[in-house]
Write a protein that binds this ligand. Sequence first.
Ligand code: NAD
Length: 388
Amino acid sequence: NSDILAKLGRRLRLGMVGGGFDSVIGETHRIAFQADGFYDLVAGAFSIDREVARRTAAALLVGGDRLYDDYREMARREAARADGIDVVVIATPPQIHQEVAVAFLSAGIDVICEKPMTRTVAQAEELAAIVAASGRLFVLTHCYSGFPMVRHARDLVRSGALGRLRMIEAEFAGGAPGVAVEPADPAERHWRFRAASMGPEAILGEVGSHAHHLMGYVSGLRPNRICARMQTFAAGREVYDNAYLAFDYPDGAVGRLWASYVAVGTQHGLSLRIYGETAALEWREEDAEYLRLRPLHGPETVLRSGQDGTSDLVARSARFRPGHPEGYPLAFANLYAEAASALVAMRTGGDPSAFTAHLPTVFDGLEGMRMIAGAAASNREDARWQPL
Ligand code: NAD
């Protein structure tokens, strides 16, 4: 990174919308974007709650004139400053991602945005067009694609190590008490358990979209049909907390995705298995350093992050010597490092495409929204297949 920053002669200036001390994910972003020293956090509209926003800014040493009550004002004023932010991170609830992204893109500021990308497919289509017209970088933080062994899995599929793909199976099925049990007092419900915020199918944006992105990222295949069944198990809950999705792919491959908040006893529960004609592979986030390759003939091979024989990208995606587990925050940091490299290239006459190949894009976000809309329609029609 020292070479990359030397081209720019400074760190990238970053602002945050959301991600205050009242949020679930804000601190993970800060750990991730600080991991490689590419960014300085200099501005923010951190919270809907002014007092929380003030406390967050004070603790993060964000100066008073760079703390904003409103993200629109932040976009306007930052764009007008000579030392304004280069890039904004959007870590608010998803209902407002689109309007925040548009405010910053229109002000000429690059965007790193949490998933699910928008509230509706129409908003996602509109945003894709705005990103294309803006020429700005738009990165969607499907952070699990940053794991070295996920990237190696993708390389293996592309190299033909599995033969022709047949079945793609992804699970994001957890059941920790915080998601498996509905709070006794409905006023304590987080927005992700309120039907009014992201619809009754919110689970598909919250966890399903990550699994869906991994299926596409690793397999390289895009489904053309979807069917879905969804259930609500937790007492008093108004959104679905379990979903079974099935996919058909144009070349005959098939897929399944299980998203759940009530897989009790499982903490996080993200995994991917891909079966081809000649071999299968399995990756589990709770054991993320390992990738298991199981050929039709011959013994299982357990591949480990940091071993020789991987691509430069996979080697670069791990920071420490083999044997040191890295995990979630540094997988997330890989997206920030690649975004930084692309942002510097955009500002110094370089070619950002060398760094954007693995970054989830606005089109990945659009596919995610189409998956959610297709699943919702199928579930309403008793699991009738829907085109994608
Ligand atoms: P949260 O509700 O816990 O936090 C949202 C934050 O946004 C809070 O700080 C809130 O005050 C702030 N906010 C709300 N409206 C705002 C506004 N108008 N202006 C400024 N700030 C505002 O939500 P969360 O669980 O942290 O999730 C945020 C996003 O991150 C969601 O899209 C979620 O799906 C995603 N997420 C991603 C991952 C991941 O692994 N990539 C994990 C968890 C959450």
